[in-house]
Design a protein around this ligand. Structure first.
Ligand code: SF4
Length: 331
């Protein structure tokens, strides 16, 4: 681990200035990913800005049923919150399927958004990795790439985003609130994370001087009928091979509203906009769900070991939407 400066932030307003006061300064929240990366010398911050004493750990109601989740709200706190479980069950389910109880007790909402890929080669300093060292190459392209991306990847990087929480937030149209030297701004979560392109070292559209202060969950009445399902190699404490977050509203057997996002398939939580568009107004049947899944996965590109993810994602979409359709009809 490299030497670094440690500063405890005394106010939210002070953080943008602290971030830009030295090279490679980083925010320290729960530290569940960053500290591991520092121990392995993957991350070498010049300074850590400790924000853990800032007043950002509240969940507050927004008008008409929305929620504002402070950046320091712990993952376990968010999953257990009564209004999250009642209004946005997909989010509670997704969080509880991630990591372990101990990690969820430490990990923060803002940190979950900022966690980095679990590509094996990213963590192996002997491997070539464009994300770790731009221009170095990517050993995953011709290596063991069973867990890697099938959508939106590039020849520079085929890593996936590891979060479950962010997949559910993507389906819920969450909005990330940030503040920087130029003041606050709002970033829809679908625009927060980046696809790799030729700059896979940059995971998000957050500017170097910006701090995440909260995530807003807009009111979405039909989100009470929502579901997160995750396929993984172990029953617990494993990242998604493929996951699906879905919100569905049906009227007289037809799809009125649908939100769909995939995890484990791309460099960012993958909002399934093609499938959503195709499903709108269609009969809520397995045939419709399958056609929409086929359309969404049509651009998928398999590498040597991950072709199975394409059919898995399609089946998972059909399975989740079918279950929500049955639940919606029963309500
Ligand atoms: Fe690095 Fe991305 Fe290649 Fe993994 S897939 S080795 S993170 S460049």
């Amino acid at each position: 681990m490299n030497n670094f400066a440690y500063t405890r932030a005394e106010s939210v307003a002070a953080v943008p200035g602290l971030l830009t006061s030295g090279p490679r300064n980083k925010i320290l929240g729960g530290g569940t990913n960053l500290v591991d990366l520092m121990r392995e010398n993957i991350e070498q911050p010049g300074g850590l800005i400790d924000i853990t004493r800032l007043p950002l750990a509240e969940i507050t109601d927004l008008p008409e049923g929305g929620l504002r989740v402070g950046a320091l709200v712990r993952n376990s706190q968010l999953a257990a919150h009564q209004h999250v479980r009642e209004r946005f069950p997909v989010l509670s389910q997704a969080i509880l399927m991630g990591a372990s109880a101990q990690l969820r007790n430490m990990a923060t909402t803002g940190g979950n958004l900022m966690q980095r890929t679990r590509c094996y080669y990213f963590y192996d300093s002997a491997a070539r990795c464009n994300k770790r060292q731009p221009g170095a190459g990517c050993d995953a392209l011709e290596g063991h790439n069973r867990i890697h991306a099938i959508l939106g990847s590039s020849d520079a990087c085929i890593a996936t985003h590891p979060s479950d929480m962010c997949v559910a937030m993507s389906a819920l149209d969450a909005v990330v609130q940030v503040t920087g030297t130029e003041g606050p701004r709002s970033i829809p979560i679908v625009d927060f994370h980046r696809l790799p392109g030729d700059r896979p070292d940059t995971d998000t559209n957050l500017r170097p001087d910006e701090l995440i202060t909260a995530v807003d969950l807009p009111p979405l009445a039909f989100a009470t009928n929502s579901l997160y399902r995750k396929v993984r190699d172990r029953a617990s404490y494993a990242f998604a091979i493929v996951s699906v977050a879905a919100v569905l509203e049906t009227e007289n057997g037809r799809i009125g509203n649908v939100r769909l996002a995939l995890g484990g398939v791309a460099h960012k939580p993958w909002r399934a906009a093609i499938a959503e568009k195709q499903l709108h107004g269609e009969p809520a049947t397995e045939e419709s769900f399958r056609r929409a899944a086929e359309a969404e996965l049509a651009p998928a590109r398999a590498r040597k070991h991950n072709g199975f993810k394409i059919e898995l994602a399609k089946r998972l979409i059909v399975s989740v939407l079918s279950e929500l359709s049955r639940k919606g009809t029963a309500q």
